[in-house]
Write a protein that binds this ligand. Structure first.
Ligand SMILES: Cc1cc2nc3c(=O)[nH]c(=O)nc-3n(C[C@H](O)[C@H](O)[C@H](O)COP(=O)(O)O)c2cc1C
Length: 327
């Protein structure tokens, strides 16, 4: 059974990638990912603010509501230069410890300053770089057009400084995802990750404080990336990596059927442990055997190729024709 695929144009033994998070923030954890069968890992993001802000305490506390709790802790503990040096060391040590591709990740907010650091990351030996781009919509004067241009500027700026494989990880929040995803894929980018899932603050009504809840995704969240991957996978040539809400082998298979070349996993590995990768691989292989598929290419994108399916993914309103028994 051949489970091999590729990520950022680099061959991976199987399509399961451990996504950027605390699960990939230390050499020990990265080794555990490799030992349990991960096809590749994306290291925890190096946050741009960490690079361009000497004293993180200067950051407006309100903005932190858009961050992950681990990121706040990580960023608070490091100054700009220490942050970069520690990150480069993590890449070097990870590369020495495992044989699977090790991708770095940067969280970008502007097109300035940080491409220099991307170049440092390339020198440190990372196999690829994932740009985790999110422009916080917190400025009332910032238009959607300007925000989308910033995505393009960031990608162009980084490309000027590195020739390594590049991936772009984005959230869902575009006015017209079709156009934006097509536009990004027409730039010099090797993989598109759809979609990131951002930190979701909540309110504790007893303590009257903002709290970190809903840190992990639930399986129903898979439908957003599933829809968009099914809709665009046959129309763009960039590798598409599915992310968010993939909690079992059925989720992995659905994303491959929709046209993804690989999947990124995070929440379910926090919940079940890294060794759950082995279960997922066995279950994927079991399903392929049962269906008579010898490799991923035999069924990748199968669902997206059928026009009736595309129409079903395009539909957004609940109608009798689409909901059937839910009348
Ligand atoms: C605790 C935690 C930390 C995360 N840190 C990062 C990060 O540093 N960079 C990043 O691009 N995504 C980060 N993410 C997002 C995950 O990589 C992933 O895209 C998201 O959780 C959706 O996948 P899932 O449904 O499998 O969890 C983090 C997620 C969690 C839960």
């Amino acid at each position: 059974m051949d489970l091999s695929s590729s990520f950022m144009g680099i061959k991976i033994a199987n399509p399961l990638i451990v996504s950027s998070s605390g699960l990939t923030g230390s050499v020990d954890k990265i080794k555990a990912c490799a030992d349990n069968g991960a096809g590749a890992v994306v290291l925890k993001s190096l946050f741009e603010e960490q690079l361009i802000t000497r004293k993180i305490s200067m950051i407006n506390q309100d903005e932190m509501y858009f961050w992950y709790p681990e990121a706040i802790q990580f960023v608070n503990s490091l100054s700009k230069d220490e942050g970069l040096a520690a990150y480069l060391k993590l890449i070097e040590n990870a590369k020495k410890s495992v044989n699977i591709p090790v991708m770095a990740s940067i969280n970008c907010v502007t097109a300035e300053e940080w491409p220099r650091f991307a170049a440092e990351i390339e020198k440190s030996g990372a196999d690829g770089l994932e740009l985790n781009i999110f422009i916080p919509p917190t400025n009332i004067n910032l238009t959607g057009y300007k925000m989308e241009e910033t995505y393009v500027d960031i990608i162009h700026e980084v490309r000027k400084h590195v020739s390594m494989p590049l991936a772009v990880k984005v959230g869902f929040y575009f006015t017209n995802p079709y156009r934006m995803l097509y536009r990004i894929s027409s730039l010099d980018v090797n993989s598109l990750i759809l979609f990131n899932r951002y930190y979701r603050p909540d309110i504790d009504i007893d303590t009257m404080r903002v709290v970190a809840q809903n840190v992990y995704s639930s399986p129903v969240e898979i439908t957003l990336s599933l829809r968009w991957i099914a809709l665009i996978s046959s129309r763009i040539h960039t590798e598409i990596v599915a992310a968010t809400g993939i909690h079992d082998h059925q989720g992995v298979i659905k994303q491959l059927l929709a046209g993804a070349t690989s999947v990124q996993l995070c929440s379910i590995l926090y919940k079940n442990g890294i060794s759950y990768l082995i279960t997922l691989l066995n279950d994927l292989e079991g399903w392929m055997k049962q269906k008579g598929y010898e490799n991923l290419a035999s069924f990748r994108g199968l669902i997206a190729k059928n026009e009736a399916n595309t129409e079903a993914f395009e539909r957004v309103q609940f109608m009798k024709k689409t909901t059937g028994k839910y009348e």
